[in-house]
Design a binder for this molecule. Structure first.
Ligand SMILES: Cc1ncc(COP(=O)(O)O)c(C=O)c1O
Length: 386
């Protein structure tokens, strides 16, 4: 096993990365555009389920190891997947689901195809359990900023076992069309490869298709309650696959005594109420994207590689402004109380070209970003000249 986890840069003014995140977490007036969490979720049902569960002190018992059957059923219903063909393991997050899926799919001689940019934690896991990860550069217009079926085919070899398909993609927000998904499903079946379909941001997309529908025996689907459900701090997610692929996953579950029962109750409530709030959240997100676009359009040298984004985040390319992403994120945090993320969190190759901003936050807060962005770039350009 090889551990290749890259050390995170500690922002100036902090001793450790943990101290930095603790500061952010506790700063209540912070404009939170640096992590793709959802601050628009106001559903009373989720809150009530947490309070009711806590009041009953249900948490003195261990919940069932695979997850509450009601939650498992609701997840499959949400995805419109047949319970006779698919099984669900509830986990303490999409991150845990990814770890379980990757550790049981890869072997020290097998390799993975992933996109660059992408969500680097996934690649860390793949490097740990498999031989190597082919990080395919997709930060260009020719491929539409996507890991296209053509790029996948070009990169497959005899030892490829996993295709990481983040859809919509963190950080760019591209989503795959039904035709692309069908083609990727065919590639997986023909080559006996597993598609790791990370659908963490699915519900922000205008349209979405599951690979599992077209390659049920070759897909592991990764599900999170952190984003549209606004439950990131509750740490709950799921992994969904055919019973055959689930067998090794279930055998390697660490948390054999189940997943946080209150988080599961909240998940059940959120799935029941979802149809009543999802459109409002999506609408606000698309409106917020427009405001960010206005700010970017009036800033010479900055541009949006992908617009609109199908996720709750997007990339702003600032490479032609001469301003470094880490300088911009540090300036916005220190001077304007706005938390954004520099690109090197999501790409080793292209991370020095962009910042990533999330916008599932109140529109009034996005307005502050809209008002500050151009000035921030101009101020840093002046500083650079001195
Ligand atoms: C693509 C992707 N997968 C998984 C996660 C983690 O989700 P969770 O909070 O459920 O662990 C993230 C978080 O940002 C993500 O971007």
């Amino acid at each position: 096993m090889v551990f290749k986890k890259k050390e995170k840069r500690v922002p100036s003014g902090f001793n450790t990365i943990n101290e930095f995140f603790d500061y952010l977490y506790k700063k209540e007036d912070l404009i939170w555009m640096g992590q793709n969490t959802n601050h628009l979720q106001k559903d009373k049902g989720i809150e009530d389920a947490l309070i009711a569960g806590a009041k009953k002190r249900d948490y003195c018992k261990y919940p069932p190891p695979e997850g509450f059957p009601e939650l498992k059923e609701l997840i499959l219903k949400d995805l419109e997947l047949d319970p006779n063909l698919f099984d669900v393991q509830v986990t303490a997050s999409a991150t845990e689901s990814l770890y379980l899926a990757i550790s049981t799919s890869l072997y020290h001689v097998t390799n993975t195809i992933a996109s660059d940019p992408g969500y680097l934690i996934i690649n860390n896991f793949c490097n740990r359990f498999g031989n190597h990860v082919k990080e395919v550069p997709i930060y260009n217009e020719e491929c539409g900023y996507k890991l296209t079926p053509e790029l996948i085919k070009e990169n497959i070899d005899m030892e490829t076992k996993l295709i990481v398909l983040i859809d919509p993609l963190n950080p760019i927000g591209t989503a795959y069309t039904k035709d692309e998904i069908k083609e990727i499903a065919e590639i997986a079946k023909e080559n006996n490869i597993i598609v790791l379909h990370d659908i963490t941001y699915k519900d922000f997309a205008r349209d979405h298709t599951l690979v599992a529908k077209y390659a049920p025996e070759h897909t592991i689907t990764i599900y999170s309650f952190s984003k549209i459900f606004g439950m990131a701090g509750l740490r709950i997610g799921a992994v969904i696959s055919s019973p055959d692929l689930m067998r090794p996953i279930r055998a390697s579950v660490i948390n054999d005594l189940g997943t946080n029962s209150l988080a599961q109750e909240a998940g059940i409530a959120g799935l029941h109420s979802k149809s009543s709030w999802i459109e409002d959240i999506k609408e606000t997100c698309f409106k917020n994207q427009e405001l960010i676009k206005e700010a970017v359009d009036e800033t010479p040298g900055a541009f949006l590689p992908v617009y609109p984004s199908d996720a709750n985040m997007m990339v702003i390319d600032i490479s032609q402004t001469g301003v470094k992403p880490e300088d911009l994120s540090e300036y916005l945090l220190e001077e304007k109380n706005i938390f954004v993320r520099e690109g090197n969190y999501t790409s080793k190759r292209f991370g020095d070209r962009y910042i990533r901003v999330s916008y599932s936050i109140p529109t009034s807060e996005v307005m502050e970003f809209r008002n500050e962005f151009k000035n921030a770039i101009l101020t840093l350009q002046r500083k650079n000249k001195k």
